[in-house]
Ligand binder design. Structure first.
Ligand code: NAP
Length: 322
């Protein structure tokens, strides 16, 4: 079996930027771009986004899928090869490393892990049932919010961070009102996002439900409401709504690397050399949200993707592989 110089696992901004740099460095990278692991698709989280307004170089903004297509085309133009599948197993215990998909086994001198992170759920039985059956429960407002079932209805968003405000304000384009359910009485969201939220509240488009957690999702075929518990008083009440959108953070896609690569208590990969993308196994590098629970931006993912390709290129050269 031919040994690849560099395999990149993942195809979000981190994986594709790594691919662009590695391809231009003549490493002829193979990118395993994923299929549907972790609920993601090739291109990663930005494929579920509409307007990206903060990626440098696009003064008028750009649609998430359009940006990802441009990154992929750029990586392909310089010779990146792609496999559209999920990685099912890795063996990093000896070199060359082995990376397996259900259909292919690949050997590689170096690997960049850029598998990203996925949305969290409350893990309530009815939440999961209705999410799977298309009953009005979703973890992605920009994917599902425009569906006719939500139009001119009251819908709820759970969370108090930037995502909750962003998703909530997106939903105000379609819904009659968006109820923001937060477990505290202060938002975690940035100042700019808080301003956006309170402006929408003033306009009657959003409303805060403070100090509350969702303990059950009501409805048989489609959601009819939520059972809430006030965390301060313990009181329960039912709130009518026709949609539920979760925006309660993310979990890194690192299940594959358990007992293989060092990770923190939340599952994010640990980098072992300050200011680098070195993961805990020599020859393996980590880029993007899979190793970043702080910044989690497309541009920071792209930045660490670039770093990982440069790190891999230098490491490979030191092994005599160019
Ligand atoms: P986040 O900042 O971690 O916020 C998650 C929110 O969900 C918090 O308010 C948290 O409550 C709440 N939460 C977590 N688990 C919960 C549970 N089990 N039940 C109820 N509530 C729960 O996540 P995020 O909003 O997805 O943002 C992630 C990162 O992306 C941040 O760095 C953010 O700045 C960035 N981001 C930026 C933009 C933008 O600038 N346009 C947009 C989206 C995201 P507590 O506050 O009580 O912990």
């Amino acid at each position: 079996m031919a040994v690849e110089k560099l395999v990149i696992v993942g195809s979000g901004p981190a994986g594709l930027t790594a691919a662009i740099y590695a391809a231009r460095a003549n490493l002829h990278p193979l990118c395993i771009e994923g299929y549907n692991a972790g609920g993601l698709i090739p291109g990663g989280q930005l494929m579920f986004t509409t307007e990206v307004e903060n990626y440098p170089g696009f003064p008028q903004g750009i649609q998430g899928p359009e940006l990802m297509k441009a990154l992929r085309d750029q990586a392909e133009r310089f010779g990146t090869r792609f496999i559209r599948d999920d990685v099912s197993a890795v063996d990093f215990s000896r070199r060359p490393f082995t990376v397996q998909t259900p259909d292919t086994t690949v050997q590689a001198h170096a690997v960049i892990v850029a598998t990203g992170a996925r949305a969290n759920w409350l893990d309530l039985e009815n939440e999961q049932r209705l999410a799977k059956s298309g009953g009005g429960v979703s973890a992605c407002a920009v994917c599902d919010g425009a569906l006719p079932v939500f139009r001119n209805q009251e819908v709820a968003v759970v969370g108090g961070g930037d995502s909750a405000i962003e998703e909530g304000s997106y939903l105000t384009k379609f819904a009659k009102k968006v109820l923001l359910i937060h477990r505290r009485d202060q938002l975690r969201a940035s100042k700019a996002m808080q301003e956006r939220f309170f402006r929408l509240v003033k306009e009657g488009k959003m409303e805060a439900v403070w100090d509350s957690v969702v303990v059950d999702v009501l409805g048989d075929k489609t959601i009819t409401g939520l059972r809430l518990k006030n965390v301060k008083t313990g009181a329960a009440r039912d709130l009518a709504c026709k949609g539920l959108f979760l925006a309660i953070g993310h979990t890194p896609n690192t299940e594959l690397f358990k007992s293989v690569l060092a990770m923190d208590d939340k599952g994010y990969l640990v980098l072992t050399k300050a200011g680098s993308t070195y993961a805990s196994v020599e020859g393996v590098f980590a880029a993007g949200d899979v190793a970043d629970h702080v910044y989690r931006q497309a541009v920071t993912a792209a930045g660490t993707g670039c770093m990982s390709a440069l790190d891999a290129e230098r490491w490979l050269a030191a092994q005599g592989i160019e």
